[in-house]
Design a protein around this ligand. Structure first.
Ligand code: ARG
Length: 462
């Protein structure tokens, strides 16, 4: 049998310009939707049979043909031809070529507009699961590393200036929290996209008695959409999905930035494993954290995709417009990039060591204990504002004499505030202070251990 023509070739005259064929095609990138297009087509055909719009035998032929086509694509035996524009037309044309007449009935009551909207949702449902699995692995890597350093004190920074002492465990768990929100955001995205647009046709539904709940159920959607005009042009879920990817990228870029700084000689807090460093073609001593820099850099692509997606949607007239074809470029780019970055980050986190000697050697620099000293004074009945001023003066005094707060004698301390007693020394020094944190969620070892237990339980169930 001759290869099926595109049926609309009857409508248009002459040959399409080669330039236009190349310009309009999406096959080169939407072929990755093939599995979803096939399951969507089988569900549609089954519904057509249930509704007696095609016979049981026709359905059987369609289903078997589609399955064979799926296998051909999976095994790389399928011949993709650009003239079919996209995966939807390619599969349909191949079906007609393979099974003849029944194949021509598959598109009954269906448009590529509701078809692609369905495929995208099916693809995204799976993609979200893959992303969530990667997020979980990354969280587990953080929790494991946090377990190794649950008691080890490091400086906590605000404005990248030394602020208060924290334990490394808590620092690492701060990322488990960030990625947890990403996990939940993706779940919410999945919940919202869980409606079937199939049966909405091109814009107005159909005069044929399509049973939309049947296809929705077969495809595992929990509901159908209730407005065909909206259903074929809604890509809110694409924008949301890319936004979720963009925040994952944001979090990864902050981790990358921290560790790029932390592995500099100036800090020397972490050692990124050699496997995740590169060297310089010129400077023989170099050990560069290029993977982290790339994680940080690739954030740009994901933000770009988000901006592109929103711009594609802005101001489109109601109903489907071909602009929407570009949605795939950006959802694929964003998710591929974020997947790769999550994998890379997980590998790096799993192999990173903190240089605890270097960290503790510098721990008493920068007056990390100043806030705790002010709070000690509050305990002695001094109003916080006043305590803040007293400690500020003490710090200035120490700075002049190049000493630490803990090095001041009691009589010297008392000159600034009479309420200070000998027990003050338990409240000075970074290592002492982390054990004094009592608030829930604080950055001390006790809280870190509680959180490690929580995350181990929680993530163990995923
Ligand atoms: N390739 C198209 C897309 O991705 C499929 C829908 C085309 N619909 C149309 N009416 N031309 O959006």
């Amino acid at each position: 049998m001759a290869k099926a023509e595109k049926s609309w070739e009857k409508r248009l005259s002459g040959e399409p310009d080669e330039l236009a064929v190349n310009f309009v095609e999406s096959l080169s990138y939407d072929k990755r939707l093939y599995k979803y297009d096939i399951v969507g087509a089988i569900a549609h055909a089954q519904m057509l049979a249930e509704q007696k719009l095609i016979t049981r035998d026709e359905f059987k032929a369609i289903k078997d043909g589609l399955i064979e086509i799926g296998e051909e694509i999976a095994e790389g035996r399928f011949k993709f031809e650009k003239k079919y524009e996209d995966i939807h037309m390619s599969i349909e044309a191949a079906l007609v070529e393979k099974i003849g007449e029944p194949g021509k009935k598959l598109h009954t009551g269906r448009s590529r507009n509701d078809q692609v909207a369905t495929d995208l949702r099916l693809w995204m449902r799976d993609e979200i699961e893959l992303l969530q699995a990667r997020i979980t692995l990354l969280q587990k890597a953080f929790v494991k590393l946090a377990g190794k350093y649950a008691d080890v004190v490091m400086p906590g920074y605000t404005h990248l200036q030394r602020a208060q002492p924290i334990v490394i465990g808590s620092y690492l768990l701060s990322f488990a929290e960030q990625f947890e929100r990403d996990f939940v955001r993706l779940k919410n995205c999945r919940d919202l996209l869980d409606v079937s647009p199939l049966g909405s046709g091109a814009i107005a539904g159909s005069t044929l008695p399509l049973e939309r709940k049947s296809t929705a159920k077969q495809l595992g959607f929990s509901d159908i959409s209730y407005n065909s005009i909206d259903a074929v042009s809604d890509r809110d879920f694409c924008a949301e999905f890319i936004f979720d990817c963009a925040l994952i990228a944001t979090h990864l870029s902050r981790l990358a930035e921290d560790w790029i700084i932390y592995c500099s000689s100036e800090f020397g807090f972490v050692r990124i494993d050699d496997a995740y460093c590169t060297s310089s073609s010129m400077m023989p001593q170099k050990r560069n954290p290029d993977m982290l820099e790339l994680i940080r850099g690739k954030t740009g692509l994901v933000y770009g995709s988000l901006m592109a997606m929103l711009t594609i949607l802005k101001g489109q007239p109601s109903g489907y417009n071909r602009d929407l074809q570009e949605d795939k470029v950006h959802i694929f780019a964003a998710s591929d990039t974020v997947e790769a970055c999550l994998d890379m980050a997980q590998a790096i986190v799993s192999h990173t060591k903190f240089n605890t000697k270097k960290i503790s050697a510098g721990l008493e620099d920068g007056f990390l204990d100043a806030t705790a000293l002010a709070e000690y004074l509050v305990g002695k009945g001094v109003a916080f504002r006043e305590a803040h001023g007293i400690v500020g003066s003490l710090v200035a005094h120490c700075e002049k004499e190049n000493r630490k707060l803990a090095e001041l004698r009691l009589d010297e301390l008392k000159q600034y505030c009479d309420a200070i007693d000998a027990d003050v020394y338990e409240n000075l020094g970074a290592a002492n202070i982390v054990n004094k944190y009592v608030t829930k969620g604080a950055a001390g070892p006790k809280q870190a251990k509680e959180q490690i237990a929580y995350w181990t339980r929680e993530l163990g169930q995923r």
